[in-house]
Design a protein around this ligand. Structure first.
Ligand code: 8YV
Length: 320
């Protein structure tokens, strides 16, 4: 009997002509939660949004690899996987450009009021009953990158044409990028006090959860725009809502939320100083296909008896 591979995301994300690379080695099933019964037999899992924790792993005694369809693996308990000798892989690099493009779409979409401008053309321009308020120039603004890893670096690369002052805060200094792109390292308080646009590119960790909360928001300029394409939980959404509602900061452009999909009664949705997208920063034809090939490739290597590529850093050097 062939081993069983479960794919817990849909064929739009992992097309069958990509997953078919596994067919000579395994039976492949696309599944939607709950899939407890199949999990009992599964040797490999290509995991979309599901939480892979101790409770989940208990139901998957034969699992050898959890291949995350994405770069962020905050929903996967890597320690629990390591204890059970389950490899955790992810898809770094392949999506950095698409996420950076989307970050810039959000920045410019907010600064030039693109969603509102579109609405005015459709509903009001010809009737001359509502004008589009002015937007803001990029020139002369300070762009602050919270986190300067792979995605932050791509955002920085794209920032070069805009005549911006560039600062960043991270746990690691990136002198290479400082030299290459003229970005300046500042401490967290200076970062908050200097930036007109704060773009979040840190992973969700205990140390980054809620890092943009009441205290951080109180240190921002009134011109600050918070942009988030990383994880919703990095920002305390209630604190952000209060700051936006009271116009203590200028606005926010968000692709990610504390709860996803974000509920329709999330008060953020009623604000006019926000631009919102549905966690789609990596959602392009080319990038999602690249992610699928990478995630499938990790499973294929595992089934062929090799240590899979793109194992998460916490499991570097480990072989099961
Ligand atoms: C999602 C992401 O994985 O890479 C990540 O960590 O958040 C996204 O690319 C994607 O939306 C599929 O779940």
């Amino acid at each position: 009997m062939k081993p069983l591979v479960l794919i817990s995301t849909d064929v739009a994300n992992v097309p069958e002509d990509v997953s078919s690379a596994l067919k000579p080695l395994a039976d492949v099933a696309y599944v939607k939660a709950p899939y407890d019964e199949l999990l009992g037999e599964a040797r490999a899992l290509l995991v979309g949004g599901d939480k892979v924790n101790e409770e989940f792993l208990r139901k998957a005694p034969h699992l050898g690899v959890a291949s995350r369809f994405g770069v962020g693996y905050d929903a996967v308990d890597v320690e629990a996987c390591t204890r059970r000798k389950v490899y955790v892989t992810h898809t770094p690099d392949v999506l950095s450009g698409a996420v950076a493009d989307h970050t810039w779409a959000l920045i410019l979409g907010f600064m030039r009021r693109i969603p509102e401008a579109d609405f005015i053309v459709r509903e009001h321009w010809a009737k001359k009953d509502r004008r589009l308020p002015f937007g803001w120039d990029m020139k002369g603004k300070t762009l602050g990158l919270l986190g300067l890893g792979r995605i932050g670096a791509e955002v920085l690369k794209r920032a070069q044409g805009f005549d911006l002052d560039l600062v960043y805060y991270d746990v690691m200094k990136r002198e290479d990028l400082e030299k290459l792109y003229g970005v300046r390292y500042v401490d967290f308080d200076e970062f908050l006090g200097a930036s007109d646009i704060i773009s979040v590119h840190v992973p969700l960790l205990p140390s980054t959860r809620g890092i943009i909360g009441d205290d951080a928001l109180s240190k921002m300029k009134s011109s600050a725009v918070v942009v988030n394409t990383s994880r919703g939980q990095v920002i305390d959404e209630k604190a952000l809502y209060r700051a936006l509602k009271e116009k203590r900061i200028r606005g926010a452009a968000l692709d990610v939320f504390e709860e996803e999909p974000t509920p329709l009664d999330n008060p953020l949705l009623a604000l006019d100083n926000v631009v919102l997208t549905p966690h789609c920063a990596s959602a392009t034809w080319e990038t999602r296909r690249g992610m699928a090939e990478m995630a499938v490739g990790s499973i294929k290597a595992f089934l062929e008896g090799r240590r899979p590529p793109n194992v998460v850093p916490e499991q570097r050097g480990l072989s099961f």
